[in-house]
Design a protein around this ligand. Sequence first.
Ligand code: NDP
Length: 339
Amino acid sequence: AKVLVTGVSGYIGCHVSQHLLSLGFKVTGTVRSAAKAEQVRASLAALLQPAQRENLSFAIVDDIAVEGAFDSAVRDGGFEFVVHTASPFTYAIQDPQRDLIDPAVNGTTGVLKSVLKYGGSVKRIVVTSSMAAIRNTPTANPDGLSELDWNNAAIKAFNEMGAETPAGIAYSASKTLAEKAAWAFLEQNKCAFDLVTINPPFVFGPPIHPCSAPENLNTSVKLIWDMYVGAIKEVNPALAAGCVDVRDVARAHALALSNPEAGGQRFITSSGPYTQTLVRQVLQKRFPGRSYATGELAAVPVAELNAKSKRVLGMGEYIGLEESIVDTVNACIDRFGDV
Ligand code: NDP
């Protein structure tokens, strides 16, 4: 089957694509430029069989926030599925509306609009949402939270603070608004496709996407690398949340495509709690003799947040924090050298 994957140059988009290709899907990935496409092709080459490599192609989508951005990619594709991962996850912003909210919301509704107009063959769209669309980080106790909850607090804070909204809250608002817009679109339009959202907390695990230097790492992996190299001096309570390995996130997206029962549902994919104190414990055990961030944070009591993903998607066992952290650090050392 043919799948359009948006944001294939990104950390999660690249993993999702690699996993889908390894399962035999034909993947068209959207990238901002032909140069990016070549970088993705080179990054994935070693991880794919020759026949799988031939199943990877690209479509240029320069800016997902622009009206009609996905029209030509969708029109030309004959896709059965679409996976929408592209959305900015960064705290380095100047204008929350322009840098986070617009690409998140317009990107998501843009994909849906293009598929409604031109994607008659599409049966299902899987959107990479986030735990940030569910939980009001870090104040909410995640115990008892579920796929029924929404991070309305982030939207309220953004509406009140506007351009002054701190980046973390603006990011959460962008994910909440984008996911709400997607479900609203399905309600307001007669669509031949259905929708599934995957809602991961912090995603860790080995990066396989094009990335030439640690400074360019995606936000979540950079948090681990910065702990490893000692760039973080003190643990940050605002980052107490859940976590999940990127390979499990890729698996969840693939299962969401093919599982008939998944249609119309959201899925939290979480392996357990994440705090920088927990990460330090893993680093001290597995990479001893280095100097790490100080400070104690209580682990967030994450209940069985992933129960639904196991029951409905059949996720099985999740990779734990320790393996995820160790594999992240080793992959970064392989790529950038040790520090
Ligand atoms: P990355 O920054 O690695 O990937 C983001 C991708 O989106 C890149 O391919 C990027 O392209 C693309 N993109 C962003 N903005 C635009 C734009 N305006 N126009 C075109 N392309 C754009 O981040 P992740 O892989 O971590 O994030 C992927 C998805 O997963 C996002 O939806 C994010 O919200 C979600 N998520 C991530 C979590 C995490 O911990 N990593 C946790 C929960 C959800 P380019 O590289 O060219 O800029």
